[in-house]
Design a protein around this ligand. Structure first.
Ligand code: CMP
Length: 485
């Protein structure tokens, strides 16, 4: 569009130059005839005065025409140099300020040349330099304009923003449409124009969101306290990264901002391909979160008041009803020999804990008086190998850990870390002792597992005789520890 505009302007200027040039040529050619015509029929006494008047008028007309000629030439040159050539070389039009400075200097020069060639006797220099009053008047009149002009020059040399960038000046945000010699023209998102003078722009703090930069936005939302943070992070990150205009170059960041009165307060930070469309993209991101929450059954929070009525469970089973503890523990092979009643007792004695991805459930070297069954999720068993963590096993739902320290009284042998959001059931020393009282065979099966796991820790090669020996040792250690000897 800019190209066709400058082509039209060039055609118009070309036409005007031809017209003015032709007029000047005609005046020059027919000047004696015109004069003759003008003086014809004049009284001889008035001929001299008439001649003078004619010369004066014709000179003024010529000066005006030459001025117009000079203006069209300067404009055409400016269009060619700053429109066409600059765009071809750099890909965009030259800043209006540079163009204006060029035009002003060229106009003044041509004005002086034209004026001097018609009125050589008039001293232009004296006109500008000796008139103090004129100087003061011009100075006062141009005070603001000159201030803007120089502020504009410093803006141009600093280049804090360019056409197409999004800026916030004062209370207003919009896209920079042009930078003239007096002001910055910003089109706001309500599609109106704000003209911020250079002096005001250089005085205020401005936020610039460059067009060729990945600028970020933050959208806030909240969830109920009962909704899992790990799940929320995953759901929101996936929902946002697929929205239009969200840059695929950086993965959105989802994080908890605050523990609010009625909600977990969250924010999602995402990066935009085209920052100028941030209002639409923010809205789309909120919409995507709504739908994703609907599908994942995550709830937005609203001001609520929760009344907790504490009631003692009537039976041990009631405490675990609905939680699936019994089902989970029944699937653990070492508890297979337990009767239904014993299983219910064990479930009632189990306490559930939830861990975020990356959280440590057990730390190597700590004292330990309980074991754990993975109810939901996954954990990794890690030991330190020359200062570096080495993973020895991954345990899934229905697997157990922490039995070594519980049954032998020794410190924890490894770190156990949640690989994802993980719920574990903790069974303490007391509950296990009760089980051993009624199921002495349990000691046997546990000792085998512990011996096997110990081999895994030391990375020894499997040796049946050695393992058997170790099991025997462990059985007596367990018995001693639980006071069965
Ligand atoms: P404990 O020593 O109490 O604490 C760390 C736990 O990691 C340990 O009990 C075992 O339950 C578990 N563990 C240690 N080594 C292994 C292994 N080789 N395979 C699976 N689990 C292990």
């Amino acid at each position: 569009m800019a190209r066709s505009r400058s082509r039209k302007r060039l055609a118009f200027l070309f036409f005007l130059t031809i017209l003015v040039g032709l007029t000047l040529y005609l005046i020059h050619t027919f000047e004696p005839k015109l004069q003759e015509h003008f003086l014809m029929g004049m009284e001889p006494s008035k001929v001299a005065a008439g001649q003078k008047t004619f010369e004066m008028v014709i000179t003024i007309v010529k000066v005006i025409l030459w001025m117009i000629f000079a203006i069209t030439i300067v404009r055409a040159l400016a269009t060619i140099i700053f429109g066409t050539i600059f765009r071809l070389r750099r890909g965009y039009e030259a800043p209006a300020l540079v163009r204006n400075i060029f035009s002003i200097v060229a106009y003044l020069t041509s004005f002086v040349i034209v004026f001097k060639s018609f009125y050589p006797e008039v001293g232009l220099g004296a006109l500008f330099t000796t008139s103090a009053v004129l100087g003061a008047i011009i100075g006062l009149a141009l005070q603001d304009t000159l201030g803007n002009f120089f502020a504009g020059i410093s803006l141009h040399s600093d280049k804090p923003f360019q056409v197409g960038d999004v800026v916030t000046v004062g209370q207003r945000t919009g896209v920079v449409e042009s930078i003239t010699w007096r002001a910055v023209k910003v089109r706001t998102f309500s599609n109106n124009i704000v003209l911020a003078s250079h002096t005001s722009v250089s005085r205020e703090a401005i936020d610039v969101f460059p067009r060729d930069n990945l600028n970020a936005r933050i959208v806030f939302f909240n969830t109920l306290y009962t909704d899992s943070p790990a799940k929320t992070i995953h759901i929101v990150r996936e929902a946002v990264r697929e929205a239009d205009n969200v840059s695929p170059k950086i993965t959105p960041v989802v994080r908890i901002r605050n523990f609010g009165d009625s909600s977990l307060d969250w924010e999602v930070k995402y990066w935009l391909t085209d920052y100028a469309k941030y209002n639409d993209t923010d809205a789309l991101v909120r919409q995507r979160i709504w739908y994703a929450f609907r599908r994942a059954r995550i709830n937005f929070a609203f001001p609520t008041r929760t009344l907790h009525i504490e009631r003692q469970p009537k039976t041990d089973e009631a405490q675990v009803d609905g939680s699936g503890f019994i089902e989970r523990l029944s699937a653990v092979d070492i508890f297979a020999p337990l009767s239904n009643e014993q299983m219910a007792q064990l479930a009632a004695a189990s306490v559930s804990h939830i861990f975020a991805p990356g959280e440590t459930v057990i730390r190597a070297g700590d004292e330990g008086s309980s074991m754990f069954v993975v109810h939901n999720g996954r954990v990794s068993v890690q030991i330190s190998d020359n200062g570096r963590p080495r993973m020895v096993a991954t345990l899934h739902e229905g697997d157990f850990f922490g039995e070594m320290a519980l049954f032998t009284g020794e410190p924890r042998t490894a770190n156990v870390v949640a690989l994802e959001e993980t719920e574990v059931l903790e069974i303490d020393h007391q509950a296990m002792k009760q089980l051993f009282d009624t199921n002495p065979d349990l000691v046997d099966s546990l000792s085998h597992i512990i011996a096997e796991r110990r081999l895994g820790l030391t990375a020894k090669t499997e040796n049946a005789a050695e393992s058997e020996e170790e099991s025997e040792g462990i059985i007596s250690a367990i018995k001693r520890f639980f006071g069965f000897d």
